[in-house]
Design a protein around this ligand. Structure first.
Ligand code: F6R
Length: 586
């Protein structure tokens, strides 16, 4: 949530374009507003715009903003509405700051600063940072001393960067709980993620409480006690092509299409060798959103194949409800970004209250979760930019399936076929595009599935609602008669997941019941021609696959359905309203 970037250039150079290039890569983190500030002839100049980055770009074209050092921000609003006035960078007299996170004690700080005569012009929590730094400068402290005082005073989460009107070649930047990297290349830069410093070839990942003072040729690093330190620079090995849209109109579509290779690489790079489950009497999965749905699929798999009781918890609820953790628990934190604050906090909570071992399943390498977990399995999906998670989800399921099936040869052998079967599903996209026309004018939709297809129904509904804004709900097919069936009428699409498995007949009969009440019933199945699947429905025939792998395969057409529906409704699928990719606030 919120992306920050900054570049220190050569004397008399102009870093504005480079900051914009960084912001373009960070736009997935928030697009309520954006802004840039630079130091120019002993002054801070800034430009801000509401809405997507293209609005800032348009303003820049009309301006002569130029400076040799600067910071940029793309915002997902927390404190204060998404107005231009609340857009970052936020200014005090000689200071400009950008911030990702939440300052929890901002009210107390604001009160003190107001008493000292500072006038607040925004509704943001961030403004206390700018005025606090200015206050310390006015009291005669150096920028570095002021910054250290700030870090001692503010509570909450932050990745923050500041520039000073009288320092044409310096950025001070710090992090606590929100991500921040320092990149080394033609220039020294900072950014919220690797993609935003990709003109760099080496990088330092700042840890919680650390800060950096960056100048044209040098970066000084300080630990949480503010002692100088010398962190190791890491080579950037990420594939740059992965973060370009290439021939595709949207990242989401590119990422859907990349699933066969993401699954292939994930299988190749994650061999389950050690006895991860030895002595484990319970598994506790912590995750949010789509990752949480991957966790529910895993519960069905783990209990069936590992015979270990498994609980799946919504991370934002878990630590606030006095949970009983117990002994010999293996915690699995599932998170694409590795920085979802709810998942991190819930996992840390279990760590503090028990001696449970923690493994993580993450997509972003070196992300915060890797510092909490004893071991990380990385999904090899590559950087996921589309706000709606797609390839990371099926890659998470792949690792969870490997964990669940590792002692079952008949299943492990089938992993090799999985990418090819996914390709076959992707080849059905013309049919699914056509299907989207049947739901694009609906105001709500229902998704039904049983067993491991139940969480896929939840995920299908989430995909549809988040990018097309059609209200959608997923239900366990057998649960529908206990209430949700009241929703069904002729206009409501009922999307049913009905692979040939032990529960096929039961799901088919749920479909009959739905059809008796509605006209728009759509069935995804591998059972072509079954007499149990009623006529008068639309059927999409998927490749046959053993039932254990069905959730991975059936997730894909639902992603495509949501994608094409959103396109038909004219929505920006990569940047759905009100959302951001990494959720770093509670
Ligand atoms: C939905 C989606 C979100 C994320 C959730 C958790 O398409 O992407 O629901 O799954 O915010 O994010 P991670 O997996 O990064 O912890």
């Amino acid at each position: 949530m919120c992306g920050i970037t900054g570049v220190v250039g050569k004397p008399n150079s102009n870093v504005v374009e480079k900051i914009m290039a960084g912001l373009e890569k960070l736009e997935y983190r928030g697009y309520d507003s954006s802004g840039i500030a630079v130091v120019c002839d002993g002054r801070i100049e800034r430009l801000r715009a509401v809405g997507k980055l293209r609005n800032l770009k348009a303003k820049l074209e009309q301006s002569s903003l130029s400076g040799s050092v600067g910071i940029g921000h793309t915002r997902w609003a927390t404190h204060g509405r998404p107005t231009e006035n609340n857009a970052h960078p936020i200014l005090s007299e000689n200071v400009a700051v950008v911030h990702n996170g939440i300052i929890e004690n901002y009210k107390e700080l604001k009160f003190d600063l107001q008493k000292d005569g500072f006038i607040f012009e925004t509704e943001t929590d961030t403004e206390v940072i700018a005025h606090f730094l200015q206050q310390k400068l006015s009291e005669g402290f150096s920028p570095r001393e002021s910054f250290e005082k700030l870090l001692k005073t503010v509570e909450g989460s932050y990745a923050v960067a500041a520039i000073f009107s009288f320092l044409p070649d310096t950025i001070l930047a710090a992090r606590r709980k929100s991500p921040l990297v320092v990149g080394f290349g033609e220039n020294i830069c900072i950014g919220s993620d690797l993609s935003s410093v990709l003109s760099c070839d080496e990088v330092v990942y700042l840890e919680d409480g650390e800060y950096a003072e960056i100048s044209e040729n040098n970066a000084l690093f300080f630990d949480r006690e503010f002692r100088p330190m010398n962190p190791t620079k890491q080579k950037i090995t990420e594939n740059l092509e992965n973060i370009e849209k290439g021939e595709y109109e949207y990242y989401m579509f590119k990422e859907i299409m990349e699933q066969p290779s993401a699954i292939r690489k994930t299988i190749l790079n994650n061999k389950i060798t050690e006895n991860i489950f030895g002595g484990v009497s319970r598994i506790l999965i912590l995750a949010c959103g789509t990752s949480h749905y991957a966790g529910i699929v895993a519960k069905y798999w783990f209990e069936k194949f590992l015979k270990i009781p498994t609980d799946v918890e919504i991370a934002s609820e878990y630590r606030y409800r006095s949970p009983i953790i117990g002994e010999n628990v293996l915690v699995i934190a599932i998170t694409q970004s590795g920085e979802t604050i709810d998942t991190l906090e819930a996992t840390e909570y279990v760590r503090k209250c028990s001696n449970s071992r923690v493994i993580a399943i993450a997509n972003v390498k070196n992300s915060a979760v890797s510092r909490i977990a004893d071991f990380v399995f990385y999904t090899e999906a590559g950087i996921e930019i589309g706000v709606a998670s797609t390839k990371a989800f099926t890659a998470q399921l792949t690792i969870l399936a490997e964990l669940a099936f590792h002692n079952h040869d008949f299943l492990t052998k089938q992993f090799q076929n999985l990418p090819t079967l996914c390709e076959e599903v992707l080849d059905l996209r013309a049919e699914i595009k056509y299907l989207a026309e049947k739901i694009s004018s609906a105001s709500s939709a229902v998704y039904l599935g049983r067993d491991t297809l139940y969480p896929i129904a939840l995920e299908g509904a989430l995909k549809l609602k988040e990018i097309s804004y059609i209200h959608a709900e997923g239900f366990a097919a057998g649960e529908m008669k206990h209430g949700p069936i009241a929703l069904i009428d002729d206009t409501m699409p009922v999307i049913c997941l009905c692979p040939r498995n032990e529960l096929f007949e039961k799901t088919a009969s749920n479909i009959q019941v739905a059809l008796a009440r509605g006209k728009n019933v759509i069935i995804f199945t591998d059972s072509e021609g079954s007499r149990l699947l009623p006529s008068g429905t639309t059927k999409i025939i998927l490749p046959k696959i053993s039932e254990e792998f069905a959730p991975i395969l059936y997730a894909i057409p639902l992603q495509l359905l949501a994608y094409y529906t959103a396109l038909l409704r004219g929505e920006d699928v990569d940047k759905p309203r009100n959302l951001a990719k990494s959720v770093t606030v509670e």
